[in-house]
Design a protein around this ligand. Structure first.
Ligand SMILES: *Cc1c(COP(=O)(O)O)cnc(C)c1O
Length: 373
């Protein structure tokens, strides 16, 4: 058993995911696990067929519509299976009866997973790969040779492992844009109406694991196949208002609380973006001024505001850094197992003051090391 006294109080969470949640949301969750005031029941025991839950889904959907500025021609769905299920549902739906390949950007670990999964369902073409550069940069729009006949164009707005983020929508307006925004959804204005389908699981920027938000333009699904298992058919979930089978009631409720927080406490995605920029600028500034002590992974032009990936001089130094950081109360800084190194994830709920504390720790760690050598 873990003794509570062994865990430092107020550990700051820089985990790559599941990530930090806003303090005020965590307090409301504590209350809701005991009892949701309007219902007299614990959130963990409320029927998904209750009027209360239908209202939760409606408000969460409305909040996402208003945060993204979506018109009535979009559906907002709460699905299960994570981003990984969308890696499959997208090609299963959109490659049916199509001979032209869908086009994918291979910009890092997660787009590699999306490409491998899509290849199982039909023809796809990788229009750009960053593999030769160890996924340290993203393509410029003019590096992509795109076909206007492609059934759709897929990319990942923020490569969570490598810390690469596109600055604006990629692709041709004539081809449906499909984007995995799992790790930067609602972190900044995103011109959502230029996309035909956006998916984002909750556990990085939006809530706990268990629910995935899908935003899809109605016209994209007009010719979708009818032979798919009903659970993998977007139409089943549209018709059932995201209540086709028992949905993750708790996770959807937390998404509602987080979207309320974004609207009411933060004041929308524009304000969120300004806070996120300040957080990232602090750490990247520190990397750049460290005279090579901290070495950023991403090309400065493509650096992610959400995931700051970097290395130290040796794996031993990185181990030392991680151990000291943990002892000082900073959690979740180990890089993804595929890349190693260090990664500080600065999702929406990570506060500027938490990042200031981390920056101070990094400054002190460097000074200490220089003094010892
Ligand atoms: C974490 C991550 C995934 C994996 O999502 P699951 O919900 O675990 O399937 C997919 N895409 C991106 C961009 C991610 O960051």
């Amino acid at each position: 058993m873990i003794e509570p006294s062994m865990i430092p109080a107020n550990r700051l969470n820089f985990s790559g995911g599941p990530g930090a949640l806003p303090e005020s949301v965590l307090q409301q969750i504590q209350q809701a696990i005991a009892v949701v005031p309007e219902t007299g029941l614990s959130i963990l025991g409320i029927s998904h067929r209750s009027d209360w839950f239908a209202a939760v889904v409606r408000e969460a959907e409305d909040n996402i519509r208003s945060l993204l500025g979506l018109g009535a021609d979009y559906h907002v769905l709460f699905l299960q299976g994570g981003a990984t299920q969308q890696f499959a549902m997208v090609p299963l739906t959109l490659l049916h009866n199509r001979s032209e390949p869908a086009e994918y950007i291979h910009s890092g670990y997660w787009s590699g997973k999306a490409i491998a999964e899509a290849s199982r369902s039909g023809a796809i073409k990788v229009v750009w790969s960053g593999a030769a550069d160890h996924f340290s940069r993203l393509p410029q729009a003019d590096e992509l040779d795109l076909s206007p006949a492609a059934p759709y164009f897929h990319y990942i707005s923020n490569e969570t492992v490598e810390g690469l983020q596109f600055r604006q929508p990629m692709g041709l307006d004539a081809v449906p844009r499909v984007c995995d925004m799992s790790s930067d959804f609602l972190s900044r204005p995103s011109e959502a109406e230029r996309f035909s389908l956006i998916y984002a699981h909750a556990q990085k920027n939006l809530g706990p694991a268990g629910v995935t938000v899908v935003v899809v333009r109605d016209s994209l699904l007009q010719n979708s196949p009818t032979h798919l298992p009903a659970f993998l058919d977007y139409h089943s979930h549209i018709k059932a208002h995201s209540n086709y089978n028992t949905p993750p009631v708790f996770a959807i409720y937390v998404v509602l609380l987080v979207t309320r927080w974004l609207l009411r406490d933060i004041g929308g995605v524009g304000n969120m973006a300004r806070i996120n920029q300040a957080k990232a600028a602090l750490l990247y500034g520190l990397l750049d001024q460290s005279e090579g002590f901290y070495r950023g992974h991403a090309d400065p032009a493509d650096r992610s505001l959400m995931n700051v990936a970097f290395n130290l001089a040796s794996p031993e130094m990185e181990k030392r850094f991680l151990a000291d950081a943990l002892a000082a109360g900073f959690h979740g800084l180990a890089g993804h197992r595929s890349l190693g190194g260090i990664r500080a994830s600065l999702y929406n709920a990570v506060t500027l003051s938490a990042v200031e504390e981390l920056a101070q720790f990094m400054t002190d760690f460097r000074k200490q090391h220089i003094a010892n050598n």
